[in-house]
Design a protein. Structure first.
Ligand code: FE
Ligand code: FE
Ligand code: ZN
Length: 282
C-alpha cells in the first residue's frame, strides 16, 4: 500500500502544541513545523506536559508523521564573534533539552549559519564544535541542517558543506533539510534535472540522510542566491516541479512543510492542491 505523503505547514505554537495540531488536522495536514522559540529573540516558553500529551494523542489518532522543530534564526554557531557563538551554543543545547520532551521522531531543523567574514572552512569548524556539544546532550536527536541559498556569507548552500559538517561531527544522527526555494536559488536545477540533484545528494551526504523538506516556490531565478519564498505555482519553480519533488521516492516518509507566504486558508488550499496532484500523477 502506498503511504500517504506527510504534508503540512509552518504554524505558530503561541496557543500551545495541541492547538497547533488541531489546526493542522483541520486543514488536511498530517505534520507541521514550529519555531522552538521566538525566531528573532532568545527565550523559550517552558513546555507543558499536559499540552504535549494532547499533541501526541492528536498525532496518533490522525496518523501524523514526524514534526519539524525549527531553530531560531538568531542562532549563528559560526559567527566570527565569540559571544554570538556562545549564545548560539547555549540556545541549541536548550533546544535539545526541550526536544527530548517532544515526540521522539521530531526533526530539529536549523540554518547552519553565516561566517560573516572568516571564511567557509573556519565557519564549518565552529559549526562542528557547536553540534558536538548539542549531540552530547541528546545523542538520539534527529538534527537536520537546512540547505541555504548562499546569500551574504551563508554556509550550507552546497551539499559538500553539509557533508563536511556531518563528517566532522562524527556522531549523533545528522542529516539535511531540503528547501526547494533554497536549492533552486543556490543553483540546483530541481526543475529540469531533479534526478541529477537527488543523485548529487546521494553521492555526497547520502539520500538516507534527507530528514525533512520545505516545499516553497521561489520569487527569484535559479542561481540568484536570494531567499524569497513564493506561493506554490506562482514562482520560478512552478507547481509541476514542486509536485515531482514532493512525491520523489527518495523523500518517502519525510515530513514536508510549506513555508509559503500564506495565512491558514492559503496553506489549506496548497495542501489540498499538492495532495490532489500527487494522487492524479500516480
Ligand atoms: Fe529555515
Ligand atoms: Fe526553509
Ligand atoms: Zn528560506
Amino acid at each position: 500500500m502506498d503511504q500517504e505523503i506527510i504534508l503540512g505547514c509552518h504554524l505558530s505554537i503561541s496557543k500551545g502544541f495541541k492547538a497547533a495540531a488541531e489546526i493542522a488536522n483541520s486543514i488536511g495536514a498530517n505534520t507541521f513545523q514550529f519555531f522552538t522559540r521566538n525566531p528573532r529573540g532568545g527565550r523559550a516558553k517552558a513546555l507543558d506536559p499536559k499540552d504535549i500529551k494532547g499533541l501526541k494523542q492528536i498525532m496518533s489518532e490522525n496518523n501524523f508523521g514526524p514534526l519539524s522543530a525549527h531553530g531560531s534564526y538568531t542562532m549563528n554557531l559560526c559567527s566570527n564573534k565569540e559571544d554570538v557563538r556562545d549564545f548560539a551554543s547555549r540556545i541549541i543545547i536548550d533546544d535539545m533539552l526541550r526536544l527530548r520532551e517532544l515526540p521522539e521522531n521530531t526533526v530539529y531543523v536549523f540554518h547552519p549559519g553565516s561566517h560573516v567574514g572568516q571564511g567557509v572552512e573556519e565557519g564549518i569548524e565552529y559549526i562542528i564544535r557547536g553540534l558536538k556539544d548539542a549531540v552530547d546532550v541528546y545523542p538520539e536527536a534527529n538534527i537536520a541542517l537546512e540547505g541555504m541559498t548562499g546569500k551574504g556569507s551563508e554556509i550550507g548552500f552546497k551539499f559538500e558543506h553539509i557533508k563536511n559538517i556531518i563528517d566532522g561531527v562524527g556522531k549523533g544522527n545528522l542529516g539535511i533539510c531540503l528547501d526547494t526555494c533554497h536549492l533552486y536559488s543556490a543553483g540546483y536545477d530541481i526543475v529540469n534535472d531533479l534526478e541529477g540533484v537527488i543523485s548529487e545528494i546521494d553521492d555526497t551526504i547520502g539520500k538516507e540522510r534527507i530528514m525533512a523538506v520545505h516545499l516553497n516556490d521561489s520569487m527569484t531565478e535559479m542561481g540568484s542566491n536570494k531567499d524569497r519564498h513564493e506561493k506554490l505555482g506562482e514562482g520560478s519553480i512552478g507547481i509541476d516541479a514542486l509536485v515531482r519533488f514532493a512525491s520523489h521516492p527518495a523523500l518517502k516518509g519525510r515530513p514536508i512543510n510549506l513555508e509559503t507566504p500564506n495565512e491558514i486558508d492559503g496553506y489549506e488550499r496548497e495542501i489540498k492542491l499538492v495532495r490532489e496532484l500527487i494522487r492524479k500523477s500516480c
